[in-house]
Design a protein around this ligand. Structure first.
Ligand SMILES: O=C(O)CCC(=O)c1ccccc1C(=O)O
Ligand SMILES: [Mg+2]
Length: 307
């Protein structure tokens, strides 16, 4: 069986402003757009957009994988992409899924998006801009500046968050347990805080479970559940709170969909800062899974271009 014709192209896309998290600063998104073409000349795209500091493969390993594929790939070979290449599993998997479905209708379903605010005090000026554009859920990074400074900015931000809107606080694993408890405490009187995301280090799931039981403010795990094996492990360890899922690095879309449905996980979908190609595949999955929480794909003004 000849399978599908395969081509790929590597892209480099600078952020308008680098994305700062407690992991550090990220200036350029590098990824791969792949194309699979079937025997009827139908072509579908897929995107490989790794985040190695989240537990996916590196861009170099993804490029190596694409190089060794050659000009053709079978469905079987796609299903055999190893678990240590989760962004490749998603890219090839979503292109394959698209080829197996009837050609997509052009009417795009309407999604409720969460707008990603710039890190630090710059969020204060950007929040009203996003409110103006119709956003009613926002995400702001914490665990980057000293806590007293962040708390002061947070209080200013809360003055600009509309009463019926929501704010997500994403620590990217950068808080000590003391700081995490401080944030959970100060947020507990604030109904507009949707959740605190990944307060502690990725492996500290048992502590996250304890904190979730102790505080009113919900906790979401992100780095702890970044790849499919970690989602399974967190579930097995007893995590029943919110799962932030970045489909772009969560492996084969069909396997993810099955697990989320089977265990009725409470999920938030989240961007890996991919282009329109990966975004479209992630949103298709969100729509199939009937995800109700705002999708963390409100990131369009993080780039100058319109990819
Ligand atoms: O989830 C969102 O709302 C936006 C995406 C986002 O925050 C993000 C983007 C790239 C890498 C890490 C993260 C993160 O959630 O930690
Ligand atoms: Mg996060």
């Amino acid at each position: 069986m000849k399978g599908y014709q395969f081509t790929y192209s590597v892209y480099r896309r600078p952020f308008r402003q680098p994305l700062t998290t407690s992991h550090g600063t990220w200036a350029i998104r590098e990824g791969i757009i792949i194309q699979l073409t079937d025997a009827n000349s139908r072509a579908e795209l897929g995107e490989i957009a790794p985040i190695p500091w989240f537990g996916s493969e590196s861009i170099d390993r993804a490029i190596e994988w694409c190089q060794q594929v050659g000009d053709n790939i079978t469905k079987d070979k796609i299903h055999l992409i190893p678990d240590d290449l989760p962004a490749c599993q998603f890219g090839f998997g979503s292109a394959l899924t698209a080829l197996e479905l009837p050609p997509t209708s052009t009417l795009a379903p309407k999604f409720d998006l969460s707008g990603l605010l710039p890190t630090g005090a710059a969020a204060i000026a950007q929040l009203p801009v996003l409110v103006q554009r119709g956003y009613s859920t926002f995400k702001w990074k914490i665990g980057v500046l000293p806590i007293a400074q962040e708390e002061a900015i947070w209080r200013q931000l809360m003055m600009a968050v509309p009463i019926d809107a929501k704010l997500r606080l994403d620590a990217n694993g950068g808080l000590t347990q003391t700081a995490a408890e401080r944030w959970l405490e100060i947020c507990s009187s604030e109904a507009r805080i949707e959740f605190i995301e990944q307060p502690l280090a990725p492996e500290e799931i048992e502590i996250a479970i304890e904190l979730a039981a102790k505080y009113h403010t919900p906790i979401a795990l992100d780095e702890s559940v970044a790849t499919f094996d970690r989602i399974q492990a967190a579930y097995a360890r007893g995590w029943r709170g919110i799962y932030v899922i970045k489909p772009g690095i969560a492996g084969f879309p069909w396997r993810l969909a099955k697990f989320v449905t089977q265990h009725q996980l409470d999920v938030v979908f989240s961007a890996v800062m991919e282009t329109k190609v990966g975004t479209a595949a992630a949103l298709r999955l969100a729509s199939d899974l009937k995800v109700t929480r705002s999708l963390g794909f409100g990131v369009e003004d993080w780039f100058d271009d319109d990819m």
